[in-house]
Design a protein around this ligand. Structure first.
Ligand SMILES: *Cc1c(COP(=O)(O)O)cnc(C)c1O
Length: 803
């Protein structure tokens, strides 16, 4: 076990004693009556104690070295469970196993008892969580800033095949990973009037900090995720209470509680809601006040801020950071306007995550002026300065059509703007920021996303991780490029056999879980074909379920045509108000009902859709996948990160040339990837033909059968008209080109069938996918941000030599 000098190594006996002590003195429980929950808390506190050493050490090193710090501002952190991740990064998993044995609890059960911290919707929030872990693993001094939502992403159930949302309540239990910091509190104002830089808010709340340490690989460094919770400035109005107006007396508390109560459950459409704007300002202002306070505790010259501070905006959600930083520097600290603007720009960076027009944030100038009157003035002045300085064309600007365009604001206030895959960054330059790119050449750069191999390979897939370490050593965990050393083993028969055995272990485990939780028996010898991600038309789960229907139909027509047995696995939530996505969910569940009960296809085809997809479910499904579905309409998925997790875990991808699929295919080799579909350029051209869907359907027997079966009510016999709208859209409003891509997809699936029936050939390609997935580590991504955007270095370099 390797540990820094400040992290006390522990042996099993010490850890056991720590767990017992916490059980007694923190939980107040006698071991004889301890529940799973009690043991989990006791173990979590014992593990947490081991993080504190490296955490303090990292803070001291950062102060002593006068290091530049990175601040990652994000409205979402989709963290998942923390206990196992912490045990793994501290090297305490085996010790915990032996402690569990000797104290008589089941470690697996304890781990699975922890609720997911689901403070995010999907990819964007999960990326933020992977980045935090990599920042710590790389020893980059950093803080994450987020909101401590009382309720994270809703829980999903199916009733009659339809999505039903229920509130999520992760904070109803004690949260052992956080430390309340009531002394770190800032006032956040809203509304009121702003006259000559003098803003008098008429409402305010207190942002109160909760800190979660984030431990890096091998426990060498720990950063902080600081989450803000809203508290009332005055608990309640005693005068009003005494005069009998109880509701009004509680108003300040009500405002505060609403602010950090719920996560907005939609990641692809923008809603101009006052509460959302308030949440964004709440996070941003609290973070910036905290950052300036910390800076001024060490330095006194605010003009040097960019030398010691880098602030990254995860999408435009915290884009009010530009105006807010200028406000704090000018109104509060007396700097000149121009100086403040330069400091802000040199400090800020902005990551663009989407080109979908419906997702680009913009606020009416009326709402912005009402909620943040001082910021509205600052935004107009930034815009005026930019117009004068660049002589830009008239259609370019932050304030357009009486709306504040948050993308333009973030762009203009940042020294670097990055996209999240090579294709996406290229499209950012050509589309949303075409004009700004010409005015500011070089500002847009690319940083292809990545995922942390600690969680997504070592933690999620012990059989494969063990095999890799036995074969090439365990250096890959901290340096994923070392997976390259597996390449020669791809044509080693014995290794491939072990590789298939590891995959099979995961598939059997998943089959058992599906049997227990859903009552459906699936065959672990079948190809596990998995599409898990938010449900959205551009991600095209409907293309997948259409192909499933065509496959079922053709299997029944021609049972002996050499089909590979398949289990189609779906997972994902729809935004509560997204009717079309909800209809797709309903259809998948209806199709599953019919297919899973068809004795003709039997074991040859099953459709599984476990409810409530989240990080923990991803950890269960991805290691068991043979085929990864990455089938978005080209040009729509900015990067994807699910695609990377699958590649790392030895699934082959069937996918379009979209987002990071392009780079995955380049890395693993075109011959080890099932490609289909129009390219981003072809998509745009094809859409100009108003008959694109009709033409494609008329040319495809398969599509005709599929739409016919759906429209005649084959999957909804008690409600045969249920999908008439959906079928009508397939013919007439197929914006995401499902029909145009259908035959190519179907053909690629049959190539996958063929390869799957040759296990040696399949596993050779799967091994090559793993061996060539090193590029997709978020460690590589973070190194890129450090070098190209933040100008920071690891504080761990040279530490080992010094120790
Ligand atoms: C990785 C991940 C995502 C992102 O998946 P994509 O396929 O890239 O959209 C979403 N949700 C969860 C729970 C994840 O783990």
């Amino acid at each position: 076990m390797s540990m820094t000098k400040d992290a006390r190594p522990v042996n099993d006996a010490e850890l056991k004693q720590a767990v017992e002590q916490h059980l007694i003195y923190t939980l107040g429980k006698d071991a004889r009556h301890a529940s799973v929950y009690d043991w989990r808390m006791a173990l979590s506190y014992a593990i947490r104690d081991r993080i504190v050493g490296p955490w303090f050490h990292a803070t001291r090193r950062t102060y002593e070295g006068q290091r530049k710090r990175v601040y990652y501002l994000s409205m979402e952190f989709l963290i998942g469970r923390m206990l196992e991740d912490a045990m793994i990064n501290l090297g305490l998993l085996e010790a915990s196993e032996s402690v569990a044995k000797s104290l008589g609890f089941d470690l697996r059960q304890i781990i699975e008892d922890e609720p997911d911290a689901a403070l995010g919707n999907g990819g964007l929030g999960r990326l933020a969580a992977c980045f935090l872990e990599s920042l710590s693993s790389l020893g980059c001094p950093a803080h994450g800033y987020g909101i401590r939502y009382e309720h994270g992403l809703f829980r999903q159930r199916f009733e009659g095949g339809q999505q039903v949302e229920t509130p999520e309540d992760w904070l109803t239990q004690a949260h052992p990973w956080e430390f309340a910091r009531p002394e770190s509190a800032y006032e956040i104002g809203f509304k009121g009037e702003a006259v000559n830089g003098d803003w008098h808010p008429s409402e305010s709340v207190i942002a109160s900090a909760y800190d979660m340490p984030v431990i890096g690989w091998q426990g060498r460094w720990a950063n902080t995720l600081r989450m803000w919770s809203a508290k009332p400035t005055t608990l309640f109005d005693l005068e009003r209470f005494n005069s009998g107006d109880y509701a009004a007396a509680a108003e300040p508390e009500a405002l505060a509680r609403t602010l950090s109560r719920v996560l907005y459950p939609d990641d692809t459409t923008y809603q101009g809601k006052e509460l959302r704007l308030k949440q964004e300002f709440f996070l941003t202002s609290a973070a910036l006040q905290d950052i300036l306070r910390r800076y001024l505790s060490e330095y006194d010259d605010l003009t040097k801020l960019p030398q010691k501070v880098a602030i990254q905006m995860n999408d435009t959600h915290p884009a009010i950071a530009g105006p807010e930083l200028i406000r704090l520097l000018t109104d509060k600290h007396g700097l000149e306007w121009g100086v403040a603007q330069d400091i802000a720009r040199a400090t800020l960076g902005y990551t663009n995550h989407t080109l979908l027009p419906e997702a680009l944030e913009r606020w009416s100038t009326w709402l912005m002026g009402n909620i943040l009157p001082r910021h509205m003035q600052i935004i107009e002045r930034i815009d005026d300065d930019h117009r004068r300085a660049t002589k830009r064309p008239a259609h370019v600007g932050i304030v357009r059509n009486n709306e504040v365009q948050m993308g333009e604001l973030a762009f203009i206030m940042s020294h670097k703007v990055n996209g999240v895959s090579a294709l996406h960054s290229d499209l950012v330059k050509k589309t949303v920021f075409h004009d700004l790119n010409e005015l500011h050449p070089g500002r847009i750069i690319n940083q292809t996303n990545g995922v942390t191999p600690r969680r997504w390979l070592k933690l999620a897939n012990p059989p494969l991780a063990g095999l890799i370490s036995d074969t090439i050593g365990d250096g890959w965990i901290g340096d994923l490029d070392q997976l390259k050393a597996l390449e020669p083993h791809a044509n080693d028969k014995a290794f491939r056999k072990d590789f298939r055995a590891a995959k099979r272990t995961n598939k059997v485990a998943l089959s058992n879980w599906v049997g227990e939780t859903m009552g459906v028996q699936i065959n672990p010898n079948a190809m596990f074909d998995v599409q898990i991600k938010r449900i959205h038309e551009y991600k095209r789960q409907h293309l997948n379920i259409f192909e499933t229907i065509a496959l079922w139909h053709n299997m029944r027509e021609n049972p002996d045509a050499g089909w590979a047995p398949r289990v189609k696995v779906f997972g994902g939530k729809s935004a509560p108000g997204y009717a079309v996505a909800k209809e797709i969910i309903h259809l998948i569940n209806d199709v599953a009902q019919v297919i899973n009960n068809d004795p003709v296809t039997g074991d040859m085809l099953k459709v599984i859709y476990p409810p409530n997809y989240n990080v923990s479910m991803a950890e269960r499904l991805i290691p068991a996948a043979d085929l990864s579905e990455q089938i978005s309409t080209a040009g729509k998925e900015a990067s994807g990160t699910g695609n990377m997790k699958f590649t790392m875990n030895g699934a082959l991808t069937i996918g379009t040339l979209d987002g990071a699929n392009v780079e995955i295919r380049e890395h693993v080799g075109a011959e080890n990837f099932f490609l289909f579909g129009l390219t981003a350029d072809e998509v745009i051209k094809r859409r100009r033909n108003v008959r694109h869907a009709r033409d494609a359907i008329e040319a495809s027997q398969n599509m005709q059968h599929v739409l016919q079966l759906i429209v005649e009510g084959r999957f909804s016999p008690t409600d045969p008209d249920r999908y008439h709208g959906l079928v009508d859209r397939a013919w007439n409003h197929d914006h995401y080109l499902v029909a145009a891509d259908f035959e190519g997809y179907y053909t690629a699936q049959r190539a996958a069938d063929k390869l799957y029936l040759d296990p040696e050939a399949w596993s050779e390609q799967a091994v090559l996918n793993v061996a060539r997935s090193g590029f997709f580590s978020s460690d590589r991504t973070i190194r890129g941000y450090m070098a190209d955007i933040w100008g920071t270095e690891s504080a761990l370099d040279g530490e080992e030599d010094a120790a």
